[in-house]
Design a protein around this ligand. Structure first.
Ligand SMILES: C[S@@+](CC[C@H](N)C(=O)[O-])C[C@H]1O[C@@H](n2cnc3c(N)ncnc32)[C@H](O)[C@@H]1O
Length: 440
């Protein structure tokens, strides 16, 4: 079924008409559902609204009135990805596995930080028993469905990336459902993927997290420019898809990009004897103030025609007294803006964090620490739990630890287990190491 564009409102709240249209029932039937509390609804200005989450809960609980792809279509904005072997979300969530985490340390350590060795599907299911809705930040860098094996520099096998196409997408999709359930209401997820499969993964992410919760598709410059022999543009970037559990409620620290020396030279070229590097800005702005203070003469001069002072005359006096007005030889005043007061730049959606070559890392596909620093600093708080269920070398866990966050790592590669044990022990970082053991 195709969902009408009109019913896709950005607020995440559906009207009774919209719900009726999607369920192919009358308004009255929806009202009955609301009155009998089958559908949870909130009253706004005398009429009812249904949140997407509540609508989906209703669909889950009443599968007989549900077209199988209805909620997917709603979440993905008009389309969903169909492929062979696609499972039903409810079945993934309802599937119960029996297993336990067995501590691989001699004794349990007094820390919340843990690494769990095992297949992440089973591990995430188990974690849902203790951590549902408690994870503030997830970063994952799964295999990319390349069909290759990845070895470390010493030729040790690290992991195999043999699942391709629909099998890979389904492998990921099932885990994403579980990850969504683990996320807190203010949580977010960053998924790192390459550009061959990433666009398919975007549609899967929309389906799992909701189109309205998509925040950014970040282009990551991963290496130096490539000199391809084949007839193609060099590919030196991959992508990170960033989604919130609930858009605009996600933890967002608005970390700024510090100014580089080059930028400083470009933007603040002058040097003040007292205040350091600076530039100047006009103290007037377009628009005329008829009788107000900012239209009056200041220091014997009026604002230029069609303009007004940007600041009140009291503020201009204050700035002048502090030596923060520069007067030109012709008597034109400009405000001095200091480089040291610059707050840094808004981070954009192209990031350059190149990975090191195989001979400089402990694990193939090991990601740049600074990339993870940025994600953790921006999207988690001191008390947050950070999860990476494709941990590899443990780069996410190390970054989380460095910033004082709690962390949970999962991987099923013995090489990962070995590298994480060695790295964390060398750095004297305490954590519990478990193995997932299935129970029959
Ligand atoms: C691309 S690597 C991650 C690299 C990591 N981001 C780093 O910086 O070192 C993908 C990881 O996913 C792990 N992995 C693949 N399938 C898994 C599964 N079903 N359960 C747990 N880990 C899995 C692999 O062993 C591998 O370590």
């Amino acid at each position: 079924m195709w969902v009408n564009e009109d019913i896709m409102n950005q607020s995440g709240l559906l009207t009774v008409e919209e719900v009726a249209q999607m369920l192919k029932v009358t308004r009255q039937t929806v009202s009955k559902y609301i009155n009998s509390e089958k559908i949870n609804a909130i009253k706004i200005n005398k009429s009812y609204r249904v949140s997407i989450d509540d609508f989906e809960n209703f669909l889950k609980e009443n599968s007989t009135v549900q077209e199988p792809t209805l909620s997917h279509l709603y979440r993905t904005k008009y389309c969903s990805l169909e492929y062979e072997g696609k499972s039903v979300e409810k079945e993934v969530l309802d599937e119960s596995l029996h297993g336990e985490f067995r501590n691989l340390n001699a004794a349990e350590k007094q820390t919340d930080n843990m690494f769990i060795f095992g297949d992440n599907y089973a591990v995430l299911k188990k974690l849902l028993e203790s951590h549902k809705g408690l994870i503030d930040l997830i970063y994952i860098d799964p295999p990319f469905g390349t069909g290759q094996d990845f070895n470390s520099i010493d030729e040790d096998s690290a992991y195999s990336d043999k699942l391709v196409n629909n099998e890979f997408l389904e492998f990921l999709r099932k885990r994403l459902f579980l990850l969504r359930e683990l996320l807190s209401n203010e949580g977010s997820i960053y998924l790192h993927i390459d550009k061959k499969i990433g666009h398919y993964v975007k549609i899967i992410m929309d389906e799992v997290f909701g189109y309205q919760n998509f925040i950014n598709d970040i282009t990551r410059i991963k290496c130096n420019p490539k000199n391809f022999a084949r007839n193609a543009y060099g590919n030196y970037s991959d992508m990170i898809l960033y989604y919130a559990k609930n858009r605009d409620k996600q933890i967002w620290n608005d970390i700024k990009e510090p100014m580089t020396d080059d930028k400083r030279r470009q933007l603040f070229p002058k040097k003040h004897p007292e205040h350091g590097y600076y530039t100047t800005n006009p103290i007037h702005a377009p628009g005329v103030t008829r009788n107000g203070d900012t239209g009056m003469e200041w220091q014997g001069i009026s604002p230029p025609p069609g303009r007004h002072w940007r600041y009140s005359r009291a503020v201009l006096d204050e700035l002048n007294n502090q030596g923060l007005i520069e007067w030109s030889n012709t008597g034109n005043p400009r405000k001095i803006v200091l480089a040291k007061d610059h707050k840094g730049f808004k981070i954009q959606d192209v990031w350059e964090f190149k990975d090191k070559g195989l001979s400089y890392v402990d694990y193939p596909t090991q990601k740049n620490n600074k990339l993870l620093d940025r994600i953790i600093q921006n999207s988690s708080r001191n008390d947050s739990v950070v999860l990476d269920c494709f941990s590899g070398s443990g780069s996410t866990l190390l970054a989380a630890n460095k910033h004082g966050r709690k962390w949970i790592g999962v991987d099923n590669s013995t090489k990962s287990l070995e590298v994480i044990t060695r790295t964390f022990n060398n750095k004297n970082i305490d954590f519990n190491m478990y193995e997932y053991v299935p129970l029959n």
